[in-house]
Design a protein around this ligand. Structure first.
Ligand SMILES: Cc1cc2nc3c(=O)[nH]c(=O)nc-3n(C[C@H](O)[C@H](O)[C@H](O)COP(=O)(O)OP(=O)(O)OC[C@H]3O[C@@H](n4cnc5c(N)ncnc54)[C@H](O)[C@@H]3O)c2cc1C
Length: 251
């Protein structure tokens, strides 16, 4: 009788664990609430319309087609009873002898969950869809304001200002890609607005470092005036600039 290993999560961690058990005499059950592996490092490219969903994901069943000691189960783990060695699923329970949890991380709004509906995190293909739609609609709305409503320059500048909070991998990569699509992909697609005038994140504050550090990516004087940040210096080519800030007691 083969021993049963249950692995929860088909991300990088889960896939590595399944592969590591390839030539061992165990029965592996890989459980994921999605039936595909998501290559999260490229998710921001989906959120900005540069890649499609199928370019950053692959069905778990296909990935493990040739690994005979693994079963893939599409379900969500809702709880674990470690005394009885059981995982609770939405459709029943599953016994295990060894359990590997590789469920990844979740966004944290640091007590401000009300921000979620304005600023979705980037964890899933659904999130990427929402963000892509918000970005493209912002340009469409600016075009409409300029062409139909004859809105003023300042209103359009405001409409084309994107603010990102968080200077981890996702924030920095989203910032770079937003700048790229506004200056390259969308640059010539509109009649009444200049997409290259879009202002992409200005100050990205990291407070996980010993001292708060502000990353300046683009000039946006009017936005920075609203934030307690030093004045931004223009950065003609898109590159991240680091600047030390004095400790901020509010961070
Ligand atoms: C935009 C972006 C860019 C990144 N860039 C880089 C980079 O350049 N280099 C780098 O090293 N890292 C990068 N990362 C981080 C990297 O993607 C993560 O560290 C990595 O994906 C974590 O792998 P994981 O297996 O722990 O979790 P995940 O990849 O998040 O996988 C967790 C899995 O668990 C499943 N799951 C969760 N809860 C349950 C449940 N209750 N029941 C069933 N299934 C569940 C999920 O559906 C998911 O498939 C980036 C992340 C993002 C979002």
């Amino acid at each position: 009788m083969l021993r049963r290993v249950v692995i929860v999560g088909g991300g990088f961690g889960g896939l590595s664990a399944v592969r590591a058990l390839r030539n061992t005499p165990v029965r592996v059950t890989l459980i994921d609430k999605r039936n595909y592996h998501l290559f999260r490092p490229m998710l921001y490219q989906v959120a900005t319309g540069l890649l499609s969903a199928d370019e950053v994901s692959g069905p778990l069943r296909s990935i493990f087609r040739r690994q005979k000691n693994v079963d893939v189960l599409l379900d969500e783990v809702t709880g674990i009873n470690s005394d009885q060695r059981i995982v609770h699923l939405t459709r029943g329970d599953l016994a295990y002898e060894f359990l590997i949890l590789a469920t990844g991380i979740q966004n944290n709004y640091f007590g401000h969950d009300e921000w979620r509906r304005f600023a979705p995190g980037l964890e899933s293909l659904d999130d990427a869809d929402v963000i892509r739609s918000k970005i493209l609609r912002a340009f469409e709305r600016a075009e409409e304001m300029a062409s139909v409503e004859q809105a003023g320059t300042e209103e359009i500048r405001c409409q084309l200002t994107f603010a990102l909070v968080g200077a981890g991998a996702v924030g920095v990569e989203m910032a770079g890609t937003l700048a790229e699509i506004s200056r390259m992909d969308l640059a010539h697609d509109f009649r009444h607005i200049d997409p290259t005038s879009a202002r992409v994140p200005t100050g990205l504050i990291r407070h996980d470092l010993p001292e708060p550090v502000c990353f300046y990516l683009q000039p946006a004087p009017s936005l920075t005036q609203q934030l307690p940040l030093p004045t931004v210096q223009y950065q003609p080519e898109f590159s991240v600039r680091r600047r030390q800030l004095p400790p901020n007691p509010h961070l």
